[in-house]
Design a protein around this ligand. Structure first.
Ligand SMILES: O=c1ccn([C@@H]2O[C@@H]3COP(=O)(O)O[C@H]3[C@H]2O)c(=O)[nH]1
Ligand SMILES: [Zn+2]
Ligand SMILES: [Zn+2]
Length: 250
């Protein structure tokens, strides 16, 4: 059994020199994306992966830097790959708004009979806070977390011991008690707003208040274009870079 996580992008929503934060999980021959932002198809192109090599896409929330590439992925599969549908792994709360509020405008096509998310994707609805094996050696769990008040948003546990924040406000309690205290996650991928007040994201200053033994487990992602100004100023946390691969021993 093997597990690799390759970052397809590590940038914030408005970064211009980094692609949107997204990751490719490779597990025993299965390729699964975490999110698919507007720049994710270009990042896949850079590593010479075609849409039909992606077996599934996990969706954390519906901001464009996390779902803006779905229309391209689905259209290319439909019109260039003989109607193959990729799997979508998402909660019911996200599925409803993803189609109605985000994708329907471009993808609704009464002439050809495309009326729903299911017409383009193999939709796999996942219950919140229930671990589910989505492929050989790959278990995910959607944890509801706070990003925008009153909008569904999720962080992920991958194989129980890896935490992927996606976009969340800082929560020391979550990291201390759930992620490290209860789950003993050895690796944490965390979004990081480098400067300014963190209204909807964790800021670097907030993350620096974490104890050393937690910082050591953290890779920082979802950062702005001026990331290089902060190298050496992140305590024991490390920036993760675009297309970097982290290998997890089985
Ligand atoms: O209430 C809001 C809503 C949005 N925004 C900005 O828009 C971006 C959308 O993607 P993101 O979640 O990666 O980051 C968000 C922020 O940069 C914000 O600052 N406050
Ligand atoms: Zn984002
Ligand atoms: Zn967001």
């Amino acid at each position: 059994m093997s597990l690799q996580i390759q970052m397809l992008g590590t940038g914030s929503a408005f970064a211009k020199t980094f692609y949107n934060t997204s990751a490719l999980i490779r597990s025993n021959g299965m390729n699964v994306l975490i999110d698919c932002g507007a720049t994710t198809p270009k990042s896949l192109y850079d590593i010479q992966m075609q849409p039909d090599q992606i077996d599934g896409i996990i969706i954390t929330h519906i901001h464009a830097d996390h779902v803006g590439g779905l229309e391209e992925m689905a259209f290319r599969l439909l019109y260039e790959s003989n109607q193959k549908k990729t799997k979508l792994f998402l909660t019911m709360a996200i599925a409803d708004i993803l189609w109605e509020n985000t994708l329907k405008g471009g993808m609704y096509n009464p002439e050809e009979g495309y009326h729903s998310l299911e017409d383009y994707f193999d939709v796999n609805l996942i219950e919140e806070q229930v671990p589910i094996e989505i492929g050989p050696g790959l278990t995910i769990e959607f944890l509801p977390t706070l990003h925008i008040h009153l909008k569904p948003n999720y962080s992920l546990f991958i194989n129980d011991r890896i935490f992927y924040s996606a976009d969340i406000r800082f929560s020391k309690d979550l990291l201390l008690h759930e992620v490290v205290g209860i789950r003993n996650c050895h690796t944490i991928f965390h979004d990081c707003q480098l400067s300014g007040q963190g209204f909807i994201h964790a800021t670097l200053d907030e993350l620096l208040t974490l104890p050393e033994h937690i910082q050591q487990r953290i890779y920082l992602m979802h950062y702005a274009d001026n990331m290089s100004d902060f190298i050496g100023k992140t305590g024991s946390m490390k920036f993760i870079f675009q297309h970097e691969v982290i290998e997890f021993p089985s």
